[in-house]
Design a protein around this ligand. Structure first.
Ligand code: ADP
Ligand code: MG
Length: 401
């Protein structure tokens, strides 16, 4: 159960009302179209619920990181894809706020969708400008935040606006929090955490939290070279995050005194460069010679990680095991992805590049839950409050009190 109580969109009385929905429609684009519509699909249940209940929906999201009103980052392709998926015409507003947008929002009928332009076209979005929050709020009667992937940012459309309207949590936001809560508060044992990706500094907060919570942490990706460096091993030309070495040393130290097992790879796949043309070479061991880079965990480590995932009660996975975008170095990540898809355990995957890997391998719908928010889920794991969520809880406390 979520914490939202009456602040869940399920309990909102929306018939005949105009509802401002903040979703996370920040999708990858290619050739002027949507390259992966996972996040658009994930936003559908809340939008459909509101339309079925007779609300007019004013929808907004950020898209990429526009410096200015870059036309390449217009919401147009997102609106087109959303319209196809919903089977409803989606009207694209010419801007985020302003007189023209306000007139269109005013005119919107129950069952119709008006999509605002990229919220980051407005400099006030990231600054959480109260004026922008106020202008957004003036477009609607109610606010629903469904943008889990942006909930760790206090922006005008995620946090600020929630203080100006009756505010509710969307279905996706609730589900994301519920799935992570199971991992953090009530996991079936053993809880096996698989962490990979590029940088230790990105994941150290999660490592620390899980050292006190999980039964096993399995490390892969370029991140493991900070650990190997901390152990005094040679890392050759592997990607080593220098700031991560001391953090890795501390994590190894903490692991020795904890009941959680911190597991590093025992073999690697090497290449001469980060390239799909590089010849993969297996290394039985982890001391990387000069002139070579470790680009994947080796087959013995992959099998060991897969075995542990298969024996788990709960699995949380964040971060690829190697340079999975390059076919010669994808096997370790693929083995983990297949094990996560096959295990009987409860499985939660933290989005980001592990999500991209699941999509690449065609396994995205075979895991228990694939989060739409890589950064937000990590912050939640670290025990940090998400401003987008806190604003809703404040609104709920305000209504209750
Ligand atoms: P996530 O998005 O899941 O948090 P990151 O963004 O931290 O993951 O890391 C993903 C990137 O790390 C991928 O682009 C992948 O190619 C790269 N990577 C993983 N392992 C290695 C490695 N051994 N050497 C170089 N790059 C790696
Ligand atoms: Mg990433």
């Amino acid at each position: 159960m979520s914490d939202f109580g009456k602040a869940s969109v399920r309990d909102a009385d929306v018939e005949g009302k105009t509802v401002l929905v903040r979703a996370d429609l920040n999708v990858p684009l290619a050739d002027g179209g949507v390259a992966d519509d996972t996040r658009i699909r994930a936003a559908l249940p809340t939008i459909e619920l509101l339309l079925e209940r007779g609300a007019g929906v004013v929808l907004c999201s950020h898209l990429g990181r526009p410096e200015d009103r870059e036309p390449e980052l217009s919401m147009r392709p997102v609106g087109e894809r959303l319209g196809e998926l919903l089977g409803v015409e989606v009207e694209l507003a010419p801007a985020v706020v302003g007189a023209d947008v306000a007139a269109r929002a005013q005119a919107i009928a129950g069952g119709a969708v008006l999509l605002l332009e990229n919220t980051r076209y407005e400099p006030g979005e990231k600054a959480n400008d109260p004026e922008l929050a106020h202008d957004l709020a003036s477009l609607a009667d109610l606010f629903v935040n469904d943008a889990f992937g942006a909930a760790h940012r206090a922006h005008a459309s995620t946090e600020g606006v929630a203080h100006h309207l009756p505010a509710y949590a969307g279905l996706l936001l609730e589900r994301e929090l519920d799935e992570l809560r199971v991992v953090l508060e009530d996991p079936a044992r053993p809880l096996v955490v698989v962490l990979g990706g590029a940088k230790v500094t990105d994941k150290i907060g999660a490592i620390e939290r899980f050292l006190g919570l999980a039964d096993e942490i399995l490390i892969g990706g370029a991140m493991c070279f900070s650990f190997f460096r901390a152990q005094g091993r040679s890392t050759g030309d592997s990607l080593v995050e220098e700031e991560g070495v001391e953090l890795a040393r501390e994590a190894l130290e903490r692991a020795r005194g904890s009941r959680c097992e911190l597991v590093l790879p025992s073999d690697l796949v090497l290449g001469e460069s980060f390239s799909a043309e590089a010849e993969p070479q297996s290394l039985d061991g982890v001391d990387v010679p000069d002139g070579m880079m470790g680009l994947d965990i080796g087959p013995r480590s992959a099998a060991e990680y897969a075995r542990r995932i298969g024996a788990a009660g709960t699995v949380f996975w964040n971060g690829p095991m190697g340079a999975f975008e390059l076919e010669p170095f994808a096997a370790g990540t693929r083995a983990v992805a297949e094990a996560v898809a096959a295990t009987a355990a409860t499985t939660v995957v933290g989005g980001g590049d592990s999500g991209a890997a699941l999509v690449q391998f065609g396994l995205a719908d075979r895991v228990g839950w694939l989060s739409t928010g890589g950064g937000a889920s990590l912050e939640l794991i670290e025990g940090r409050e998400l401003p987008g969520v806190e604003a809703l809880l404040d609104a709920e406390r305000g209504r209750a009190g």
